[in-house]
Design a protein around this ligand. Structure first.
Ligand SMILES: [Zn+2]
Length: 377
């Protein structure tokens, strides 16, 4: 689920500057007529599809032929992630409705989509919460789910019977983690973000109005609410206590503001990897050489993802066009030395070598999400 209107991510997701890429050193090999919205040109498409790319972070709730055609065209596989949330559209609160939508996408995708299920943490204070969660997860595994999502309502929203926020390492959740590990599935954690939830109000920040709509997430104003550090520490406890559990931290593990912190976590926890979903702009903001060094060092632990979302009421044509432009733009940044426009600044692509790109876009997804390509592979 798209978390918030992160200012930097938004610029790209909204395609504000999409399609305005210009070539720096090889204008001769680029067609003059780059497609509108910055979609791939033919030559780029060949290079992108050769990676057999996998997007491990999507929320697709609508089975639409236009979307499936894009998957075919881009040779793209996706992980379709279920999130139970009571903060957005009402249907997001209904796990069975979401599961139905996502598994429908999976079944209609001709092998291009796999499901990441979840459990309903809003049932936390019900007496049968743990056995019911495990039963329902195992049912989803039987249906083919390859992963489980833990969302930020754990740490930032849901409270126990005593009125205390529950954290990712709550003892009640431990048998659930054990079940996930025992089934060889991957846990995707998206907790404790964005940083601005713990910052003083700033009317110039695009998140400002978001917290007006969702005061329950504005931790800065909630006395005795957990700090970001406390939530991430609790997540780390899960990694420590469950060395057999593969965990992928969404959005650089919610540490995109500090790549040295990401690096320390990857060094410390061999069962931890992170996805890049909707956080490529944070790479763009760092010195190019530093990011090349970072990605090169952790090339086995970084997994491509976007956080692209399609809800049933969305205009799928428009979303798909936007997605395609975004895939193209991010690929250009990672794979080429094209000059990209980033919020009015020029950013040079990282031009990562082929074997590294193959890991980011394909191999790491296969390793960290066994089954993501389906049983036919
Ligand atoms: Zn998401």
């Amino acid at each position: 689920m798209k978390t918030l209107a992160l200012p930097l991510a938004l610029t790209l997701i909204a395609g504000g500057s999409g399609g305005q890429t210009s070539t720096k050193s090889t204008p001769d090999v680029k067609p003059a007529s780059t497609p509108v919205m910055g979609a791939f040109n033919d030559q780029e498409l060949l290079q992108f599809t050769a990676l057999e790319p996998i997007d491990t972070h999507t929320h697709i709730y609508e089975s639409d032929p236009v979307f499936f055609a894009m998957l075919q065209k881009l040779h793209l596989h996706i992980l379709d992630i279920i999130v139970v949330a009571d903060n957005n559209t009402p249907e997001r609160k209904d796990l069975s409705k979401e599961s139905k939508d996502v598994f429908e996408v999976v079944h209609n995708s001709n092998g291009h989509a796999a499901a990441c299920t979840t459990f309903d943490v809003y049932r936390f204070n019900q007496r049968d919460f743990v056995p019911a969660a495990i039963r329902q997860l195992n049912q989803s595994f039987d249906e083919g789910a390859i992963a489980v999502k833990l969302w930020k309502n754990v740490g930032m929203e849901i409270k126990d019977a005593k009125g205390n926020y529950i954290l990712p390492d709550d003892p009640s959740l431990e048998p659930i983690y054990k079940d996930i590990a025992a089934h060889g599935k991957t846990l995707v954690t998206h907790v404790a973000d964005p940083d601005t939830a713990w910052s003083p109000p700033n009317p110039t920040d695009p998140d400002f109005s978001y917290f007006a709509d969702h005061p329950e997430w504005y931790m800065y104003k909630i006395p005795h609410s957990p700090s970001k550090e406390a939530i991430l520490l609790a997540r780390d406890h899960v990694l420590e206590k469950n060395p057999d559990l593969r965990m992928v931290g969404a959005h650089f593990g919610s540490m995109e503001g500090d790549f040295s912190q990401v690096a320390r976590h990857l060094d410390r926890y061999p069962n931890f990897a992170v996805d890049l979903a909707s956080r490529i702009p944070y790479l763009m903001m760092q010195p190019r050489a530093d990011m090349i060094a970072f990605i090169t060092k952790y090339q086995d632990r970084l997994i491509y993802g976007t956080d692209d979302t399609i809800n049933p009421q969305d205009n799928v044509h428009q979303m798909v066009r936007r997605s395609e432009a975004s895939y193209a733009r991010e690929w250009r940044f990672l794979a080429t030395d094209d000059t990209l426009d980033f919020r009015g600044h020029k950013v040079e692509g990282l031009a990562l070598p082929g074997p590294v790109l193959r890991k980011l876009y394909h191999d790491n997804a296969v390793h960290w999400f066994p089954g993501i390509l389906g049983s036919s592979h």
